[in-house]
Design a protein around this ligand. Structure first.
Ligand code: PEP
Length: 246
């Protein structure tokens, strides 16, 4: 499977900084062997739709509403994202689960909204440090994925899955390639049990992936790409990770 490298800009950027970053990335695009996307704050999606038009970088969002439309002040619907040319949308990022109390059921519903609108959800799962130390890693990620499988049925083969150990996000600590591969293998088996087309689901790793560790993580058989936060904000670092994805 072609690898997929996704930048998650989180709550960073400005009109000027976004244009400079995309300009620097696109200069190198003819050399890429993988698919690339950037997930930007909602207010910049229109700017990025223009900047990315016809190019090699797909447009992504970071969240969407679990509701279809109506009286939900401040929320952005799947249809609105689709209107702006959004191809991917992160759902269930640990920062949403932690700071916005998103439950497994809400995450599953958001994935369903995205799929119904023709947007590929990038569904994030991952354990906290306390859960890892208590030996609960497999149980936690399986429970999180099970909710999405339960709600989405055979459409599960249309998602992108991201394993992001919470203790590795933005901390500089990374799962070793072997630790990550083990969890990816568990998730792959769960997907295979849910859908005969599960082998087409890319399983990304995320959590302090950087230019130094990307190649060894991406060399693992069940790691199909990366979901990259901090390092995706620097063109040189993101480009060297993209170059490692082949
Ligand atoms: C993320 O935000 O999904 C992420 C993995 O962040 P970082 O790469 O900064 O750890």
């Amino acid at each position: 499977m072609k690898k997929l490298m996704v930048g998650n800009w989180k709550m960073n950027g400005s009109l000027e900084a976004n244009a400079a970053l995309i300009g620097a990335l696109l200069q190198d695009a003819s050399a890429w062997h993988c698919d690339v996307a950037v997930c930007a704050p909602a207010v910049y999606l229109a700017q990025l739709q223009t900047l990315l038009a016809g190019g090699r970088i797909a447009l992504g969002a970071q969240d969407l509403s679990a509701h279809e439309s109506g009286a939900f002040t401040g929320e952005v619907s799947a249809a609105m994202l689709k209107d702006l040319g959004v191809r991917y949308c992160i759902v269930g990022h640990s920062e949403r689960r932690q700071y916005h109390q998103e439950s497994d059921a809400t995450v599953a519903l958001k994935a369903q909204r995205a799929l119904a609108a023709g947007i590929t959800p990038i569904v994030c799962v991952g354990e906290t440090l306390a859960q890892r130390e208590a030996g609960q890693t497999e149980d936690v990620v399986k429970r999180q994925l099970a909710a999405v499988v339960h709600t989405n049925g055979h459409c599960i083969s249309e998602i992108v899955l991201a394993y992001e150990p919470v203790w590795a996000i933005g901390t500089g600590k990374t799962a070793t390639p072997e630790e990550a591969q083990h969890v990816h293998q568990v998730l792959r088996a769960q997907l295979q049990a849910a859908s005969q087309h599960a082998n087409r689901v890319p399983i990304l790793y995320g959590g302090s992936m950087n230019a130094g560790n990307a190649a060894s993580l991406l060399a693992q058989p069940d790691i199909d790409g990366g979901l990259i936060g901090g390092a995706a904000l620097q063109a040189s670092a993101f480009l060297s990770m993209i170059a490692a994805a082949r």
